[in-house]
Design a binder for this molecule. Structure first.
Ligand code: HEC
Length: 215
């Protein structure tokens, strides 16, 4: 598979793009400022290169992000499996469309975060990526990304890989069931999210965790 290589190239591109995003003339101050040696400035946001560099508070925020992501994933896939088993994949598309936003709303409230899913090939236009993650989408980052946002919020961007069970609705068009194809055409006339294979990068969960209130 060329997957890994593409991903490495994408990651390298990502790094260089972030580098290029620095204002001109910044390089002279860069070596003279040891304050943040391993972070890269991207507008208002700062990319954190490794989870090892998180402060204790950011570590808590990171844990909240992962827990919220797990909850969203479990709830979405539980509902999806249930709907597929009951009425088949074509009907499950309607369920997905009507219930996915409400499921995300519940997770937002429960964990006090902002959360969603996005992709470089979107099915639903209701799933755009947050601004701070645009570069990661463009470069198809296939490893988790951490970003310090304004007001000390933490942004977490987590890759989603395609599993076999996802092929029913995201696989190559010529392998989709006829009723799935027509349900997609009806519900998502601008659908781009087909043509995937098992283990492909499908998209990402993104989570924004606010700075915890001071006790
Ligand atoms: C029954 C059909 C169906 C199956 C099976 C399915 N999806 Fe989807 N998927 C959808 C629909 C419909 C949407 C758009 C609605 C929404 O926001 O969830 C969607 C949206 C998404 C999105 C959000 C980005 C976008 O394109 O809008 C991701 C990421 C995603 N699916 C990944 C997966 C993964 C991973 C699996 C397997 C674990 C999977 N899907 C299985 C129908 C399906």
């Amino acid at each position: 598979m060329t997957n890994k290589r593409t991903a490495t190239v994408a990651l390298a591109m990502c790094m260089s793009l972030i580098g290029c995003a620095k204002p001109e003339g910044d390089s002279s101050t860069e070596t003279a400022s040891p304050a943040a040696p391993s972070t890269e400035d991207v507008g208002e946001t700062v990319v954190i290169e490794s989870a090892d560099q998180l402060t204790p508070v950011q570590r808590q925020q990171h844990e909240t992000a992962l827990a919220a992501k797990d909850a969203l994933m479990t709830k979405l896939s539980g509902r999806l499996v249930e709907a597929i088993q009951k009425d088949g994949p074509a009907a499950a598309i309607d369920v997905c469309k009507s219930e996915a936003p409400a499921i995300a709303e519940n997770v937002k409230r429960e964990f006090k975060v902002d959360i969603g899913r996005t992709s470089f090939k979107l099915r639903s236009s209701m799933n755009p990526s947050p601004d701070w993650a645009t570069e990661f989408v463009e470069t198809r980052a296939d490893t988790p990304q951490l970003v310090s946002l304004s007001d000390d919020a933490l942004g977490v961007f987590l890759p989603i890989r395609l599993q076999k069970k996802c092929l029913l609705c995201h696989g190559p068009v010529d392998q989709l069931a006829e009723d799935v194809k027509s349900a997609l055409k009806l519900q998502y006339p601008n659908d781009q999210a087909t043509g995937f294979h098992e283990d492909d990068l499908r998209g990402w969960f993104w989570v924004e965790v606010p700075h915890p209130p001071k006790q």
